[in-house]
Write a protein that binds this ligand. Structure first.
Ligand code: SF4
Length: 201
């Protein structure tokens, strides 16, 4: 795989209008960031308004919390953003939810339409560590019947690639604010720190 292939894939994602053509009123602008040489990949759910405005994933409040967790694992935000890769299950802003209480969760069909891009990102970059953030991304690697409490802190190895999940860091999510769940997040942070040392990430 090569950086040229990643460049081509980025162009395809930038030009993609599949969800609009399928009738979804998304904002067609693919949000992702990072480089071919990345060894760690973050996969979120979908970008929000502030991510679209800034043109980068995890830009606002949820990004601040996510990078607090990553900092505790030894990553510097500026360095991470320039040296690693960040993407999401669906790349374009899905719009607000009908009840106005946050962003709409992309439908299964939209997830399916966008899936080949994510598969290609993983294939081309070939990261040693994937950090799925939030339920939609976690469901790519863990059975959906398991609760977050059962999953966070549960490191996996698939095809010589490590998976360490984080819950969604949004302020609207209460899960990470509960004391016993914070212990699970601390376990995940420790696992990431351990993998950084072991793999030189
Ligand atoms: S979310 Fe994915 S599949 Fe849908 S328009 Fe954006 S890039 Fe294309």
């Amino acid at each position: 795989m090569s950086s040229v292939q990643l460049k081509k894939l980025k162009q395809q994602m930038d030009n993609c209008r599949q969800c609009l053509e399928a009738g979804y009123s998304i904002a067609p602008k693919a949000i992702y960031s990072g480089v071919y040489s990345a060894r760690t990949m973050i996969i979120g759910q979908a970008p929000g308004v502030t991510e679209v405005e800034a043109g980068r994933p995890f830009n606002a409040g949820s990004g601040t919390r996510l990078f607090d967790w990553l900092k505790a694992a030894g990553f510097n935000e500026k360095k991470f953003r320039s040296e690693q890769y960040m993407t999401s299950v669906t790349k374009c802003f899905p719009g607000k939810s009908k009840n106005g209480g946050g962003d709409r969760v992309p439908s299964r069909k939209e997830q399916g339409l966008c899936r080949s891009y994510l598969d290609r990102e993983i294939q081309i970059i070939d990261p040693r560590l994937i950090i799925p953030v939030g339920r939609l991304a976690i469901n790519l690697f863990y059975p959906s019947k398991l609760s977050l409490a059962e999953i966070i802190g549960l490191r996996k190895e698939i095809n010589n690639r490590f998976i360490v999940p984080f819950p969604h860091p949004s302020g609207a999510s209460r899960w990470h604010q509960i004391a016993e769940n914070r212990e699970k997040i601390a376990q995940a942070i420790e696992q990431i720190a351990g993998l950084r040392a072991e793999l030189g990430l």
